[in-house]
Design a protein around this ligand. Structure first.
Ligand code: PRP
Length: 205
């Protein structure tokens, strides 16, 4: 048996689409109610979890595979194999600040708010800049508007959240899309079954 954890929400619906095209039975998944476990045939079970938890389950080997955004992978580390870029859930990490401000100008102490403190820290260390990072749990765009931060490092998809709140991109940080990940023991112990899933999914992307 192979267990695959799908990230709930936006990624989940695209993942279902791909698995259905690949020939798996996703009827139950599409009418899921409050259920969290689904058999999609071929001795494969799908579970639904939050992005961070998909990584935790795959790292601990209680789920052999997972579908999760590169954003969460970059923030949480990677004690697993990242085998496929699924090509959906495309967006990017960007540094943004209030429109018209010069984020990189001057020598003052800079504060950056982010839901992704590790990604933010790595970005600023890659450009050799020392900033203070403040962790925020959601709607991070508020932080510069309330005067808590000079800028934010966040996911930008359409750009409308930034625009509607008077913020603009200062620089691009990294591209993001959904990835297929595999537990490092399962990839050896269940090689044939896992290869079969990867092959079927790869044909759909
Ligand atoms: C994400 C991100 C931005 C928004 C970007 O938030 O943190 O706020 O989407 O999308 P856009 O460029 O298309 O406007 P999400 O909706 O995941 O929830 P959050 O507010 O809890 O962070």
């Amino acid at each position: 048996m192979i267990r695959i954890a799908f990230t709930k929400g936006r990624i989940e619906s695209k993942a279902i689409e791909i698995f259905e095209k690949a020939g798996y039975n996703c009827d139950e998944l599409k009418n899921k109610g409050r259920k969290l476990f689904f058999n999609i045939g071929d001795d494969i079970e799908v579970v639904l979890a939050k992005a961070n938890d998909v990584i935790t389950y795959v790292e601990h080997g209680v789920s052999d595979m997972g579908i999760v955004g590169k954003d969460t992978i970059m923030e949480m580390g990677s004690g697993f194999y990242e085998v496929l870029d699924l090509g959906f859930g495309k967006c990017r990490f960007a540094l943004a600040a209030k429109k018209g401000t010069d984020f990189f100008g001057g020598f003052s102490h800079k504060v950056v708010a982010s839901k992704y403190p590790k990604v933010a820290k790595e970005y600023f260390s890659s450009i050799g800049m020392d900033v203070e990072i403040v962790k925020i749990d959601g709607s991070v765009e508020l932080a510069p508007l309330l005067g808590l931060a000079d800028g934010i490092v966040d996911i930008v998809e359409t750009g409308s959240t930034l625009k509607e709140n008077g913020l603009e991109i200062v620089s691009e940080v990294a591209p993001v899309s959904a990835r297929l990940i595999v537990n490092s023991a399962s990839i050896k112990l269940k090689k044939d079954e896992i290869d079969k899933v990867i092959e079927k999914i790869e044909k759909q992307i």
